[in-house]
Design a protein around this ligand. Structure first.
Ligand code: ADP
Ligand code: MG
Length: 612
């Protein structure tokens, strides 16, 4: 039973395959068979849309436009140039895919509901082109006389066509499952949960979103082509805004983000209107009421909510034994490098937010292999400096050098790929993902195998996947979280979340690690743990910049420090030098008499939390 539930996708696919084979017999007549073929076409479309909506969390209300582009491409090619079924299918998919790229472009700037509006606009534009470009599309009259589909000159009958579309639906389902369980699927889900964390791990958010748009567009295009050869006729009213809504509903009602969800959703929403005919004039009302009731009781969709419930009865999968018990850092970073030189350099870095000067001509250097403390009162610009260094903010003027290379204009994901990792002041975990998946995402740019290998589950993909899964487990083990591998990040105690974020950053194999207040919110014992961890990382040759309010921690571990106040560097030097600096004492306590107090607090090993 448990085995059946764990492998439910493949069990479903096998049952579905048998059902497909028997369906033409069950259907009995041609009308019913046509209906089931159409249902399969919607399933294909919904599965593609699921990659976008379910994985990346982006909403498209223009899917009917992409569906129409596939359909019109096929209809025009088949009627005007006598293209066969296969070339029509290929070109329809390609053409829709190209529009997918176009539609993905706004995501660079536009988010949330605004993006939904852009996709609505796209759907309206396509619909209107279909109406107005009379000579090509036949306007309201549409295109009829689409020939019977054929392959290699052999005509395809209704039954064969049903099998063909059914086979493609099964392929679409398998592609969905394989993308979901690959680094691409995990990256898509990651971008929906924390965009900045994803890019800090080397994930190019724009590229991942474009990929999702293209996959959903190509499938919508294929569905459009299948539709044309089923219906033999198209006109603009088949691809209205209402259809885009229906396609989105299929995914949401079934369960966005699950592979079975869109299949169930498409099935239910295709069948529902037939079923509701008995309600006569109350049909539309019943339709709406049913939707509302289902979404109220099953908020994550039919499959999503039901599998959440089932999950509670499933025993947690036992944590796998690790292949090697060696130190994962040695595999990742080599054996404690000891190059000398400057790892990071800020040259006259200024950054303004409107009128506020958050960084003002900041000048500092971080020696390779050192632990460098960055301190200053709240609002001094510490986080802003880390954000500028890690490519999240663009500086207004000045230069930033990483290992001698000018990285001022580089983006976050590019820096991660060069060996710069970070954690965040307010942890930015992928909350709905497990601890294992969080760290696994950190290995994103180490993979050598691409999307095709992932979809086809080629050997090079399996090798990569196994290898980085093991590496992620080893890193979890290293920070003491191995027994939480299958726990969702949001369910971890806060101290463990901080550790998890460090483990995830280590997956990038950083040579420079930026820690933004890693001790904030930790207990005394956890702070001690953290200190040991940071010292160990430094021994492995990782250069570390640590922003911290826990004075005794940061003073104890830093060989050099930089002190910021109102965006300006007010002191630089060793912990002892900085402690004695009159401007530092002034900034922290506003009063030079507090000097003795500051030192004694530090000497007592008490924690000075949130000074300012
Ligand atoms: P710290 O980390 O040292 O406490 P921050 O770098 O977070 O300080 O903030 C420095 C200053 O910049 C503060 O005055 C803060 O309000 C401002 N600031 C930080 N981020 C932004 C932002 N995204 N937009 C506008 N102002 C910001
Ligand atoms: Mg801060």
């Amino acid at each position: 039973m448990i085995w059946l539930l764990r492998n439910r996708n493949w069990v479903f696919a096998s049952v579905a395959a048998i059902l497909l084979l028997a369906m033409p017999e069950i259907a009995g007549n041609e009308y019913a068979l046509r209906f089931y073929t159409l249902m399969l076409i919607y399933m294909i479309l919904a599965l593609g849309l699921n990659v976008l909506v379910g994985f990346t969390g982006l909403v498209s209300l223009g899917q009917a436009g992409l569906y129409a582009i596939g359909a019109y491409t096929a209809a025009i090619l088949a009627t005007r140039i006598d293209f066969g079924f296969v070339p029509c299918l290929v070109l329809g998919m390609l053409f829709s895919g190209a529009f997918g790229v176009l539609l993905a472009y706004p995501t660079v700037r536009v988010r949330g509901v605004y993006l939904a509006v852009v996709t609505i606009a796209f759907g309206i534009i396509v619909e209107n082109i279909a109406i107005e470009w009379d000579s090509l599309t036949g306007s309201w009259v549409g295109i009829s006389d689409v020939p019977q589909p054929g392959i290699f000159g052999l005509p395809i009958g209704h039954r064969t066509y049903f099998y063909l579309v059914g086979g493609c639906a099964l392929i679409a389902f398998a592609v969905n499952v394989n993308i979901m369980n690959s680094r691409f699927g995990r990256a898509m889900i990651a971008t929906s949960q924390s965009e900045i964390a994803a890019s800090s791990l080397g994930i190019n958010v724009t590229a991942v979103r474009t990929l999702a748009f293209v996959i959903s567009a190509v499938t919508a295009g294929a569905a459009g082509v299948f539709y044309v050869f089923l219906n033999k006729y198209i006109s603009p009213d088949i691809f209205s805004f209402g259809d885009s809504i229906r396609f989105l509903l299929m995914v949401i009602l079934g369960g966005a983000g699950t592979a079975l969800g869109p299949v169930v959703g498409a099935g239910v929403l295709s069948y529902l209107p037939e079923f509701l005919q008995q309600f006569g004039e109350w049909q539309a009302f019943a339709y709406g009421a049913l939707l509302a009731i289902v979404m109220f009781f099953l908020p994550r969709g039919i499959v999503g909510s039901l599998s959440d419930i089932l999950q509670r009865f499933l025993p947690v999968a036992p944590a796998q034994a690790l292949a090697s018990t060696g130190n994962p850092l040695e595999d990742l970073l080599g054996d404690g490098r000891s190059e000398s030189g400057i790892c990071l350099e800020a040259e006259n870095v200024s950054l303004r937010f409107g009128g506020l000067s958050a960084l003002d001509k900041v000048q500092t250097q971080v020696a390779t292999g050192s632990i460098h403390g960055l301190i200053g009162p709240n609002g001094a610009g510490k986080s802003t400096l880390l954000n500028a260094v890690s490519g999240i903010y663009q500086v207004s003027s000045g230069r930033i050098l990483f290992e001698g290379e000018d990285i001022t204009a580089m983006r976050s994901y590019q820096l991660a790929r060069r060996g710069l990792a970070r954690t965040f002041q307010n942890t930015e975990l992928f909350k709905e993902m497990t601890a294992l998946e969080n760290v696994w995402n950190g290995f994103y740019s180490h993979y050598r195998s691409g999307i095709v290998s992932a979809i086809l589950r080629l050997p090079n993909y399996r090798t990569d996947e196994d290898r980085y899964r093991q590496a992620a487990l080893a890193l979890l083990d290293y920070v003491g979280l191995s027994s939480f591998a299958e726990t969702k990040a949001k369910d971890l105690p806060f101290g463990f979340q901080r550790k998890l974020e460090i483990a995830r950053a280590l997956a990038v194999s950083p040579r420079l690690l930026l820690l933004d207040e890693p001790a904030a919110g930790l207990t005394h014992a956890e702070v001690d743990d953290l200190r040991d961890l940071i010292l160990q990382l430094a021994e492995h040759g990782i250069t570390i910049v640590v922003v911290e309010h826990h004075m005794d921690l940061v003073m104890a571990i830093s060989s050099q420090m930089t002190v910021l106040d109102y965006g300006e560097v007010i002191a630089r030097g060793t912990a002892a030098e900085v402690q004695e600096n009159a401007r530092v004492i002034e900034a922290y306590f506003g009063n030079p008499d507090m000097l003795d107090h500051a030192v004694s607090v530090s000497a007592d090993k008490q924690v000075v939390d949130g000074v300012s």
